[in-house]
Write a protein that binds this ligand. Structure first.
Ligand SMILES: Cc1ncc(COP(=O)(O)O)c(C=O)c1O
Length: 320
């Protein structure tokens, strides 16, 4: 980061940001990519460039965009969200087909389908490639665009051995984060075709995400994509060890597919406070669950410590 060559990225003059954008576009099999401060921003820019005001966006009821992005699609793009149900974040083609509105002045225009891989609120579940292709193809046949929230897309790659770009081939725009398991302090990218990313650059400026000498932080993202993708399998193995240890300690902990472990507890917020007092930080999951996450900064020692800490917590909040 200290040695990164920098320039003014709003003028398109930061060589490190440019290198990062080219690297990630290539990795995802897209023409171009745009660097932005957060995954929320790249999702919101993705929505903005794929829709017009008054349009309807279809997405899973547990999707990050719907649950955790502060109502931004309505606030920033004037679109309406229509939530769909599906096991583990997977939307089947029939559900998509049945949710697309007919052409009629009474209805909003169904314009965009957002899919998430891996799926956060389902505990890091992979969206199987075949199912992903089927949902996306149906959406496209019906005239919709497809946006992939791939904040943890490389975890899906690590879990399946399939290249991330296989999912991206079915999406018009893709958002990926360097700041999650990949370990960079900050930074996400939106990838797509040249024209879409040109529009995205304008939207990023409007949303306040145009950064000047951003190469300093982009250098960390570039390092993360170049060096930390292959090691995600280590996080998955540790998540599995963590889940097994928690089950041995009497918890109901789902076997993870990737790096997120959902643990059922009676009082999640009180439980998280008790866990924090033991030196382990975690977040709420879906209702009735807490979510533990493995990533670059969590090693075997931390896994052992987390299991021991959880084992010490009393039954009143844990419900073991
Ligand atoms: C699936 C998913 N998408 C998007 C985001 C948003 O990323 P950021 O926190 O960088 O805004 C997250 C964050 O946890 C996420 O889990």
């Amino acid at each position: 980061m200290l040695g990164a060559p920098v320039g003014d990225d709003v003028f398109g003059e930061d060589p490190t940001v440019k290198r990062l954008e080219e690297y990630v576009a290539e990795l995802l099999g897209k023409d171009a990519a745009l660097y932005a401060p957060s995954g929320t921003m790249t999702n919101q820019i993705g929505i903005h460039v794929n829709t017009n005001r008054g349009d309807e966006v279809l997405l899973h009821e547990g999707s990050h965009i719907f649950v955790y992005e502060a109502g931004a699609p309505a606030m920033l793009s004037g679109v309406q969200l229509r939530t769909l149900s599906g096991e583990n974040g997977v939307l089947d083609p029939e559900t998509v087909r049945a949710s697309v509105r007919p052409e009629d002045v009474h209805f909003p225009r169904s314009r965009l389908l957002c899919l998430e891989n891996t799926h956060n609120t389902s505990g890091g579940k992979v969206f199987p490639l075949e199912d992903f292709a089927a949902a996306a193809t149906t959406a496209k046949e019906l005239g919709l665009k497809v946006h992939l929230d791939g904040a943890r897309l490389f975890n899906a790659q690590a879990a399946t051995g399939l290249p991330a770009r296989e999912w991206c081939a079915h999406a018009d725009t893709v958002s990926v984060c360097s700041s999650k398991g990949l370990g960079a302090p900050v930074g996400s990218l939106l990838a797509g075709d040249e024209q879409t990313i040109r529009e995205a650059r304008r939207a990023r400026k409007a949303f306040g995400g145009g950064m000047r000498q951003a190469g300093i932080i982009a250098a960390a993202s570039l390092y993360a994509f170049e060096n930390h993708v292959d090691r995600l399998t280590e996080d998955h193995a540790r998540a599995s060890t963590l889940a097994a240890g928690l089950r041995d300690a009497g918890y109901r902990a789902r076997e993870p597919e990737t790096n997120l472990v959902l643990v059922a507890v009676d009082q999640p917020l009180a439980y998280l406070q008790a866990l924090a007092r033991e030196g382990v930080l975690a977040t709420p999951g879906k209702p009735g669950f807490v979510r533990l996450c493995t990533h670059l900064d969590v090693g075997d020692e931390e896994i052992d410590a987390a299991i021991e800490a959880a084992a010490r917590i009393t039954t009143s909040t844990a419900g073991r």
